[in-house]
Design a protein around this ligand. Structure first.
Ligand code: ADP
Ligand code: AMP
Length: 218
């Protein structure tokens, strides 16, 4: 069976990490989040810290280097990329890198949510150190303040403050949204309504991926 090579795209807080966790389990894919990678990198790299904490994009060359190192370490059983590509140059570099490795993008899953919903959602997001996302109202852990998966304490991300959230939304509309049309032209774009409850969004994505796999086998 051919591999599923997926990217998740959408504004910050659309639910990409939440869906990635579920899809990874459904299809046993390698999960690579450039946001998680950059949060790890900022612990030792002051430049990366400044960009991430300000809600700005880390320069393409830094993100690409980290990403391709991870992709090569993961092997070729299929992947789900969360938070990459975020600029047109990143999209081009990804295509070239996949081509060089004899692979191709199966689908780009776009999760759509309006800005006002995002601002309210991200104020209630809580994450553990490994990046597993929860919400104080919409996606509560079994025990308050503790991650279901690894038992670590849940905290608020530094960039989930109202001003930084608005900044990240501006960056998304200016730098990332333009690549949606490009992905559509490539014929890989699939759109999902991210305002539906997490389980419903997941059902829609799973059904789409199951169909894509069947079509691939025909
Ligand atoms: P992203 O990875 O796109 O930044 P997350 O998956 O971290 O987004 O989700 C952002 C916040 O919204 C989290 O607190 C998460 O629990 C919550 N969330 C995710 N999907 C939904 C949904 N469909 N409806 C309501 N809240 C959601
Ligand atoms: P995320 O967890 O996806 O919301 O990403 C958090 C932060 O990491 C972003 O605001 C950026 O500063 C940085 N980042 C993540 N992915 C990328 C990317 N593809 N390009 C540039 N910066 C990124």
């Amino acid at each position: 069976m051919s591999e599923l090579n997926l990217i998740l795209i959408g504004p910050p807080g659309a639910g990409k990490g939440t869906q990635a966790e579920r899809i990874t389990q459904d299809f046993r894919l390698a999960y690579i989040s450039t946001g998680d990678e950059m949060r790890a990198a900022k612990e030792t790299d002051e430049d990366v810290r400044r960009y991430v904490d300000a809600g700005e994009l880390v320069p393409d060359d830094i993100v690409c280097k980290v990403l391709f190192k991870r992709m090569d370490a993961e092997g070729d059983d299929g992947f789900i990329l969360d938070g990459f590509p975020r600029t047109r140059p990143q999209a081009d570099v990804l295509n070239e890198a996949l081509e060089r490795r004899g692979r191709r993008l199966t689908a780009a899953l776009l999760i759509e949510v309006d800005d006002e919903v995002i601002v309210q959602r991200l104020a209630g997001r809580r994450v553990c150190k490994n990046g597993h996302p929860y919400h104080v109202d919409y996606n509560r852990p079994k025990h308050d303040g503790v991650c279901d998966i690894d038992g670590l304490p849940l905290v608020q991300r530094e960039d989930d403050q109202p001003d930084t959230i608005r900044k990240r939304l501006r960056v998304y509309h200016e730098q990332t949204e333009p690549i949606v049309d490009h992905l559509d032209d490539q014929g890989v774009l699939r759109r999902f309504d991210g305002t539906r409850p997490p389980g419903e969004v997941h059902d829609h994505i799973r059904a789409t991926l199951a169909t894509l796999r069947l079509e691939d086998q025909l």
